[in-house]
Design a binder for this molecule. Structure first.
Ligand code: ATR
Length: 286
């Protein structure tokens, strides 16, 4: 199945994000802003789901005619498993952040995180990914989720470097069938290498403490992207600001873009994302 398909017919105007915790989710505000752009009359709720109840709650939501679900931590892998069919990018990610009800009552799993990140880099930030050497830091679910959409942009090479080298090697081996080389290694193995794009997909970027990164080389065209976002710059963001001050971004745009792709999959309309990113950025600064 191709990763971008026409939206199925809208069975309902009720949408939600399921997660745990979910209190600080920005998704309701983002989808409310999208729906205003189109004058769409929808509801979008953030729902805290008990860990044991996830499958039951998903099934009830769709039985009642729910129009679509986003899924966040810790349920993305389970959302993929419970689905009846999955797009290529969700299958590669082995995780889904977007569930789409189909007219026959089955559920399609998709993963919009990777395409969200790529759109933020290419369309919003104006960064080039094709013919670039890309370094992904980390080898957990966040990194796995963005690899296929990144490869679709035709970088020259994708290097996955992780504290636990074996995890990076195992992840890279899953992409051995791709025409673009994907290499997995430990953090020390990238010492002295040069990269055009460095993406932080480790959970270490969450803290404001400065992460200690290996001594790899950056060029005048290098860009640094943190898949996380927070009001205070993460350790990775501060490191990046000292290395490539001309091209540093956190993952706020990725958050909005993955939501926009979900909106498109559910309702067949593409929201204007820049206004929403700017508004969230403004709210985070006050
Ligand atoms: P997620 O699903 O959000 O990616 P995860 O699967 O727990 O979360 O993965 C977290 C990633 O951050 C892993 O790659 C982890 O490295 P290990 O595989 O060696 O555990 C990485 N990570 C977490 N804390 C880190 C730290 N202090 N320094 C470097 N990498 C770290």
């Amino acid at each position: 199945m191709t990763s971008e398909q026409a939206a199925p017919s809208i069975s309902s105007s009720a949408y939600a994000v399921f997660g745990n915790p979910i209190k600080h989710s920005k998704s309701p505000a983002i989808h409310s802003a999208f729906s205003e752009q189109f004058d769409d009359d929808i509801t979008y709720r953030a729902v805290r789901v008990e860990v044991d109840d996830f499958e039951l709650k998903v099934s009830r939501f769709f039985q009642r005619g729910g129009g679509g679900l986003n899924v966040t931590l810790p349920f993305k892998e389970r959302a993929f498993i419970l689905s009846d069919e999955a797009t290529d990018r969700a299958t590669r990610a082995r995780a889904a952040n977007c569930l789409i009800p189909l007219p026959d009552g089955s559920i399609r799993a998709d993963n919009t995180d990777g395409i969200g990140m790529v759109r933020d880099m290419v369309a919003n930030l104006g960064w080039q990914l094709s013919s670039r050497r890309v370094l992904l830091l980390g080898a957990g679910g966040a990194v796995r989720g963005v690899m296929q959409p990144l490869l679709m942009e035709n970088p020259t090479e994708l290097v996955v470097a992780n504290r636990t080298a074996q995890k990076a090697e195992a992840l890279a081996s899953e992409f051995a069938d791709q025409k673009i080389p994907v290499q997995g290694c430990g953090l020390d193995d990238i010492n002295g290498q040069s990269f055009d794009l460095i993406i932080n997909g480790t959970s270490a970027g969450l803290t404001t403490e400065l992460v200690s990164l290996p001594d790899f080389n950056l060029t005048e065209r290098s860009c640094c992207y943190d898949m996380m976002y927070s009001a205070e710059p993460t350790g990775f963001m501060r490191w990046a600001a000292s290395k490539t001050p001309w091209a540093v971004s956190d993952g706020l745009g990725m958050l909005v873009e993955q939501a926009a792709e979900s909106y498109f999959l559910w309702r067949g309309k593409r929201p204007d994302t820049l206004k929403v990113i700017q508004s969230l950025r403004h709210q985070m600064s006050i």
